[in-house]
Design a protein around this ligand. Structure first.
Ligand SMILES: Cc1cc2nc3c(=O)[nH]c(=O)nc-3n(C[C@H](O)[C@H](O)[C@H](O)COP(=O)(O)OP(=O)(O)OC[C@H]3O[C@@H](n4cnc5c(N)ncnc54)[C@H](O)[C@@H]3O)c2cc1C
Length: 552
């Protein structure tokens, strides 16, 4: 497989040679460093690379060049390298241009020249961007190989598990890749063994469960200690923030996550309203950073385990896993967020993972190259997904029930959707049915105003129609509203459910009706349903855990 490319573009021969030298010294083992000395030369090089199917990971272009500015060049580069990271090299005087380019062309970073010493001013930025690119493009960087059918829901499930747990993998479609067929033959795998997962120096896994795969990859799937100070259920932004604060403040901490750390935020293509990231950052990038932070402080992470039950055993709070296993702790933070609501339309359930998806990850987005894609929903998550998919797809149709999306989507997303030439919003429409032989082939769309029905060919449908909490496992003692959101603090007393609270002291702000059990983030009644508020509540829950522990 050819190495991914880092392309540098600068008309000044001296500067061009210097940056290429610096980049080659640090990244030469994993990447080919290609140099161009003008915008047109760079675009010609990109076209050649696209023909050879050689991936481009990063383009670093000087802003001030005679024939074409760096921003103009990068804007045109999207056609050949849609997933590459873009860096602009600027003089101080061009800072405004660079900041505008973040919005206008999706610039990832700008670097002020000169970048000496590179160890401080160049490499940390490039390391971060390449990390992010590698996560989004595992096919080009990994040794774990997955062999299966493109439209198999099991293949989809395992690819999602690997991607969301930040394990790079290479995907082989058994119908399209000769290498996939060769690997299947070598493994002598009958159809029932697919998908295969080949782990370097490990065994060949045959249609493994997420738990088996996690075990084979060396991810922790059970707790080490008999008792923790705090157990956090859910590894989304709220749970990860709680983990960082708890572990950094010396509490023995375990986080249990059933799918992958990052939660809903991990599925977001671009979080643009989280403080401190002016360009925004992808959910998977945020999750990766948070996991590193949690691990650095020594919190334990138990993965691929679904918490199915809760018991208060005197002062001990216990959570029970699906199958076997449990964790005991002196306090519990419930940070289980919300899960996607299912689309009630004929045929949809049978095609999930076979062209129909709840949410979208980077690997699906890039597989839509040139295709027609349907997105259902009218909130920010649907808008973000439409914009992300439009980078790859030929056309994206956003299906919205209402006559406008202004009431449900932020204006900055609407403005971008309106400006995108390949996104169409289909108002007053809903998906009535989905059908296909083994994978999605057709959608039936209904005009909710006129009742007119239209059948359209479609191989991709991404659904974003809201979400609800799944909190049945908490049992009757932890009070919830009729939708399943957990009541905390003053809401317990104020809701007329004071009878559920047994202590003479009032419950702490994020404490549930069971003392020592806290709720943080989207799962909590009346929470704000944003990354920043989930992170804030996760952090605050630990302050309250300390106060609770001081009472027992
Ligand atoms: C596509 C998309 C885009 C978004 N974009 C933005 C944005 O740009 N800006 C913004 O501020 N917000 C955004 N949001 C909202 C934001 O992601 C959520 O508000 C935030 O993730 C909530 O965090 P949380 O930790 O409370 O819950 P979640 O993120 O839902 O995490 C809960 C975690 O708990 C795990 N879990 C659940 N039940 C169990 C169980 N029984 N056992 C073990 N684990 C369990 C889940 O697998 C999940 O990982 C977006 C949401 C989506 C879906």
């Amino acid at each position: 497989m050819s190495k991914p490319v880092i392309l540098t573009v600068d008309d000044d021969q001296g500067v061009s040679a210097a940056i290429a030298r610096d980049l080659r010294g640090r990244y030469g083992a994993g990447y080919s460093i290609v140099r161009a000395t003008s915008g047109p030369e760079a675009l010609a090089a990109l076209a050649r690379l696209a023909l050879r199917d050689q991936p481009v990971a990063l383009i670093a272009a000087d802003q001030r060049m005679p024939q074409m500015t760096g921003v103009e060049m990068l804007e045109r580069a999207r056609a050949h390298a849609p997933g590459a990271k873009y860096v602009l090299l600027t003089a101080y005087a061009d800072t405004d241009v660079a900041i505008r380019a973040i919005n206008d062309i999706g610039l990832d970073h700008y670097l002020l020249k000169p970048w000496d010493p590179p160890e401080e001013r160049l490499f940390p930025v490039i390391d971060d961007l390449l990390d992010d690119w590698r996560q989004a493009n595992p096919d080009h960087t990994s040794d774990v190989r997955v062999v299966g059918h493109r439209w198999s829901d099991r293949s989809h499930e395992l690819k999602m598990f690997l991607a969301r747990n930040h394990v790079p993998y290479r995907w082989y479609d058994i119908e399209a890749d000769a290498e996939g067929q060769r690997l299947r033959d070598l493994a002598q795998a009958p159809p029932t063994d697919l998908p295969l997962v080949l782990i370097p120096d490990g065994e060949t896994l045959r249609s493994p469960s997420a738990l088996e795969l996690a075990g084979a990859l060396g991810l922790r799937t059970s707790a080490r200690q008999p008792l923790y100070d705090v157990c956090i259920v859910g590894g989304g932004p709220a749970g990860l923030a709680a983990g960082v604060y708890a572990a950094s403040e010396g509490l023995s901490t375990v986080i249990v996550e059933r799918e992958a750390p990052g939660g809903q935020a991990g599925a977001s293509a671009a979080i643009e309203n989280y403080l401190g990231f002016p360009k925004g950052l992808s959910g998977s990038d945020l999750a990766r950073r948070a996991i590193a932070q949690v691990s650095r402080f020594g919190a334990e992470m138990v993965l691929a385990r679904d918490v199915m039950g809760f018991e208060a055993r005197g002062p001990v709070r216990a959570v029970l896993f699906d199958g076997s296993g449990e964790i005991e702790a002196r306090s519990l933070v419930v940070a289980t967020g919300v899960s996607y609501r299912r689309l009630e339309a004929a045929g949809v359930d049978g095609l999930v993972g076979r062209g129909v998806y709840y949410g979208v990850n980077a690997s699906e987005a890039s597989q839509c190259q040139g295709d027609e894609v349907y997105v259902v929903g009218a909130a920010n998550s649907a808008g973000q997904a439409a914009l992300n998919l439009a980078r790859y797809a030929g056309r994206v149709v956003l299906v919205a029930r209402a006559a406008t999306i202004a009431a449900t989507m932020s204006q900055y997303l609407i403005t971008r959707i309106e400006a995108a030439p390949n996104i169409e919003v289909r108002y007053r429409s809903e998906v009535a049915a989905a059908s296909g032989d083994g994978h999605l082939e057709r959608l039936t769309l209904t005009d909710t105003g006129s009742g007119a029905v239209e059948e359209v060919p479609a191989s991709w449908l991404f659904i974003f129609i809201g979400a609800s909490p799944r909190t049945d496992w908490l049992g009757p003692a932890v009070v919830r509203d009729d939708k399943g959101f957990v009541l905390t603090g003053p809401d317990i007393i104020g809701s007329g459910r004071g009878k559920y609270w047994q202590l003479s002291r009032a419950p702490f702000a994020l404490e549930t009706s069971v003392p020592g059990v806290f709720a943080a983030g989207d799962v909590r009644l009346d929470s704000m349903k944003r990354v920043a508020s989930a992170v804030g509540e996760g952090a605050m829950s630990i302050y309250l855990v300390h106060r609770y522990l001081a009472t027992i």
